[in-house]
Ligand binder design. Sequence first.
Ligand SMILES: NC(=O)c1ccc[n+]([C@@H]2O[C@H](COP(=O)([O-])OP(=O)(O)OC[C@H]3O[C@@H](n4cnc5c(N)ncnc54)[C@H](OP(=O)(O)O)[C@@H]3O)[C@@H](O)[C@H]2O)c1
Length: 280
Amino acid sequence: MGGQPSHVISPMPIGKTVIITGGNTGIGYEVAKGVAMLGAKVILAVRTEERGKSALAKMKADYEERKKGGDCYDIVVRDELDVQYHICDLTSLKSTMQFISWFKSTVLTEDQWESTYQVNYLAHFLMISEFLPAVCASDVECRIVIISSQNHMQAEFDPEYAASSRMKKFDGFNSYANCKLFQIQLMYSLDKVLEHHPHIDVLSVDRGKLDAMAFPNSDASSQGFSCQMSCLKCCGGMRDDRPGADTVIFAALDPALQGLSRGYFLRPRDKARPAPCIIL
Ligand SMILES: NC(=O)c1ccc[n+]([C@@H]2O[C@H](COP(=O)([O-])OP(=O)(O)OC[C@H]3O[C@@H](n4cnc5c(N)ncnc54)[C@H](OP(=O)(O)O)[C@@H]3O)[C@@H](O)[C@H]2O)c1
């Protein structure tokens, strides 16, 4: 009894978030404290401000005492624990939904955009917009290749997406699919804007399927996404990096594409029609 814990002790990955209901007292408190001391970012879902504040104060004091004791072989030693609380009264589904919405909103970027949207679309849009004046002013041939995905076909197209991306109704897969749809739309829109600049071509490709994805909110991704990835694995539908890269290199360099613009390719020389909702 007492002494060393009977569970495996290993530090939590940096930035790993753990939500604990009932974490302000009893076993929930001890679990919260245990994982917080292993380095996790812990969120206590508690009923009232008072309960949250008192649990935080107690946990902080426990941690300080533990560090003072010097026997820190099974904890991560740092200035303070990464613990916070947020109101979640489980007897109220409204309160529970409010907690869920609040938590989802914490996966916004520092610019307050949903991160899948910002990483896949907005940041690239900004980069292209800022480089474009210089590229237009020069007469050097240039291609912009936008990496989209056949997943854009499954987007539940939401023209208000940019506004709703502020986490009002976040769904990981649909967010990704919408971004990929917007990227192809961006190709067509840019092509119109650049009609008097024939030395600039804009193309888009699907780079094939892989395990990893530019999917920053994957923890919050939908069941649909995991299901699709599992099916692709089972059916051998995953492509490795090389063939995907070939399609990108083809779009960027193949001399036969010069002056084509507005092409969406699934593979080298395999031009495809994008989703019907795209405005050509
Ligand atoms: N994987 C697929 O099955 C698939 C299918 C169709 C289309 N695509 C598209 O193909 C592209 C590449 O995807 P991938 O799966 O091959 O690669 P990935 O694992 O998603 O990451 C590709 C690169 O993006 C970087 N990156 C991610 N987030 C970033 C951020 N916030 N700031 C700067 N760099 C960041 C990564 O850098 P770090 O190493 O620093 O994270 C990595 O170098 C994406 O546009 C994706 O949507 C992928």
